[in-house]
Design a protein around this ligand. Sequence first.
Ligand SMILES: NC(=O)c1ccc[n+]([C@@H]2O[C@H](COP(=O)([O-])OP(=O)(O)OC[C@H]3O[C@@H](n4cnc5c(N)ncnc54)[C@H](OP(=O)(O)O)[C@@H]3O)[C@@H](O)[C@H]2O)c1
Length: 245
Amino acid sequence: MILGGTTEARELASRLAGDTRFETVISLAGRTADPRPQPVETRIGGFGGAEGLAAFLIAEEVALVVDATHPFAARISHNAAAAAKAAQVRLLALRRPEWQAEAGDAWTGVGSVAEAVTTLGDAPRRVFLAIGRQEAFHFEAAPQHSYVIRSVDPVTPPLKLPDATAILATGPFAEADEIDLLESHHIDIIVAKNSGGAATYGKIAAARKLGIAVIMVERRKPADVPSVGDCDTALERIDHWLSPA
Ligand SMILES: NC(=O)c1ccc[n+]([C@@H]2O[C@H](COP(=O)([O-])OP(=O)(O)OC[C@H]3O[C@@H](n4cnc5c(N)ncnc54)[C@H](OP(=O)(O)O)[C@@H]3O)[C@@H](O)[C@H]2O)c1
């Protein structure tokens, strides 16, 4: 079973879809109103915490869980680690590598979105929020700033902020388009999550070119889980762990 919601999860599912040695199921949280169709059997919705997930793994006789959830979906990954241990099921994490700061980057690392809010400071800034919609509410605590907030689905309930522009868009986002966006909105600081991967890196490269500061929210995933960084390595590990030979 692949815990999904990411491009990597979908790619892994596509590559396992034709493999008759395995029955592959992908699990989605059901957050996105109109999810892209998946190439394998799909179940949607939460399991009811780590206990519910453990019960599901046992009932469905799952042999392997691949946690390919988004780098910032922390709760499901902690649940997966606890459930796999309780149900004695193998767990493999598929996590894209984090972005690393390069020469010319002006990043301030923070441990949470709430910390990003205080790091913006008291003086009004023009902020591009590229952290998804679920944690955008934290910025209601800092109404002195102007915000451009980009998300796939609308932020609900609408944010109580005097100056906020919503942009609904789905990546990938090209660097040249990100430069246009940052310049046209006169952005002077970006709040981003260190998601890794190419699809949303455009804004980071654009910030470097334009000399714009980035408050980078770092990940908080469980550390003690066998982990791979790409689909090829995940497939090798699955083959090694699950092949009868
Ligand atoms: N957080 C992000 O920035 C982000 C960005 C892009 C995509 N996503 C995707 O959106 C989904 C939800 O993210 P989140 O940040 O809300 O997760 P989360 O905070 O880690 O998880 C919250 C709860 O949602 C359920 N859940 C999460 N992922 C699930 C999955 N793949 N299958 C079934 N249930 C799942 C679980 O409910 P129960 O406890 O009831 O099992 C979990 O406890 C994930 O699949 C993730 O890959 C997240």
